[in-house]
Design a protein around this ligand. Sequence first.
Ligand SMILES: [Zn+2]
Length: 193
Amino acid sequence: MKTKTNKKKIPALIGRLLALLGENPKREGLKETPRRVAKMYEELLKGYQADPKSIFKCFDSDEFSGMVIISGIDFYSLCEHHLMPFYGKIHIGYVPDGKILGLSKFARLVEIFARRLQLQERLTKQIAETLQKNLNSKGIIVYCQARHFCMSMRGVKKGRSQMKTLVKTGIFNTDKNLLEQFFRQINLPNKVK
Ligand SMILES: [Zn+2]
């Protein structure tokens, strides 16, 4: 999925927003802000330009048939409801069926989907579905824990609360031991549901 951005028009729009918020966009501290914010959005939303399929250069699993876990992948994203950051960790597990994927590719995949306007639920689902589609496996599990600035800074300030989302496919839906093993390995023994 690609989106067209109109980079040239964004700084003027941010300047207008600052004025509408009651600020003076011409004052010293704000002079460069519209340009900086435009540049920042470009960087934070660059995931639209990347094709998730491009990372799938898989290797033979050499008959390895256990579970592979990639835990604690840091991510930063923007919630599409408020354009505020949400950030946290993503843990991925899979049981290979002939193919494996290099470690760095998982972080790259997370990055591609996180650098878009997102919902945590959709982010978790997109990562799981893309792995399910492009990596031969007996099952995929993706577990995401995140804090949302739109929740911490607004309304009832539940600053410490986290949101957790889980998507699993294949063998993770049927093999309870495997599921428990996954949560033990990522050091979250009580999170099994
Ligand atoms: Zn939000």
